[in-house]
Design a protein around this ligand. Sequence first.
Ligand code: SF4
Length: 475
Amino acid sequence: MKIWPLRFRELGPSRVLFADDAGGYFVSDPAFLQRYVDSALSDTDRKFLYEHGHAFNRVGDLQHTSFTWRWTARQSAREKIAYVILVPTLRCNLTCTYCQVSRAAENAKGYDWDTDTLEAVLGFLDRLETDEIKVEFQGGEPLLRSDLLRRVRDHCRKRFSRSEFVVCTNLQRLGPDEIGFLDAVDTYTSTSLDGGLLHHERYRTRNRALTEEFFENLDTVVQRFGQRVSALPTVDIDDPPEIETLVTAFESYGFSSIYLRPVNYHGFARRRRAQRDDLSRWNAFYDEFIDFLIDRNFQTGHVMEEFYLSLCLRRMLQPGHDGHVDLRNPSLPASDYVLIDFDGRLYPSDEARMLSRIGQIDLSIGTAHDGIDQEAIAARVPSAFNNFDPDCIHCPYQPFCGTDPIDDVSRYRRVDIPRQDTWFCGRQLAVFDKAMSLIYSSDERVLYSLRKWAGLATWPNSLAPEHHDTSAHTS
Ligand code: SF4
């Protein structure tokens, strides 16, 4: 019998997590680890490994085929571009303290698509090989140019058999024209909500009248468009929102998912802040937030999820959840989505655009006129994999994890520093450790949330495999 290589990580004094390259995992004890490294596995150990897909007898047998299928399914596929982020204007009518995007003043000139760029964008969309498209409008504040949004939407509705539009808006201006644009079944509204009124005002509007206007507008779109509205908070770990207030604010608008995002160190937000090691504080806040949700869900029966934890859980339990650009492997630039900036330049992500905008590095990958520059793509491919990273190859979470070279460049100005010294890895380790502790929990409050988040009636023991051979002798 041959055993696939196992990576391991201590979860506690007598608990060790093991995982193979295909994402199969189990918990055992230090004695098993010792037998494993000594090549002295007991018959019971071998039987367990074979029955749980970590071993095979010969190439091509059922266990081998099953493993190779699971390994292959965990490598995200290169697909056609079917998701396009468009930035028709960089101008914005707010100056949020942690503005994640480089912005321009509302009255500034030269920060909108001109006619030539608009035509180039429409031509770029025409040349896509897909028949279905999702378009996300960002800014600046995209609704300042609802005329451009309408041109794109009208064009896509004719060009593609199926199209969907998301408008990422601060909801500060909501007149008949803006409401008219959002009031379409193929159009979704995404906004920022940082918590209660005071917190939102401190970081975004800094003005009571504007704050009240935002909350009125949020009321309006939620009442009119219901499930087609979503919101995201941005959390400044130096001054995080009160957790209960944040969750209550989201629930009051009918949202059942919160995606906790730290202040983004890309773009102009980074210039305003010193680089501080806020990782441990972020992880502590995140841990507290998840525990709060679990308790609250159990007590109230109103289930709220944290989006990123749910995504990590889904990736751990099943292959194929590769939609998130920072959490898939490989994460090839422009494989299935691309961003077109206000000046017609293409970027592999919003973060790449922001980094380029502050002049740190040019991460553009072409233009709407000329299309994608394949040489620029090829230059980024090596950092798109975690399979060969000297740290990741020892990490049991590698099959579930991803890479974020843009974040590495932003923080450290290079992509080749030891992975476990990066903010990305520190955050991932904490989230995966948390997810594992939940998966192996016997606390009914935890299992209640896990079942709800996973959409399962029961939480089967098979999702938390455990192996102990107490009769085995370890030399
Ligand atoms: S980045 Fe960190 S958590 Fe992710 S696979 Fe690599 S070592 Fe593991």
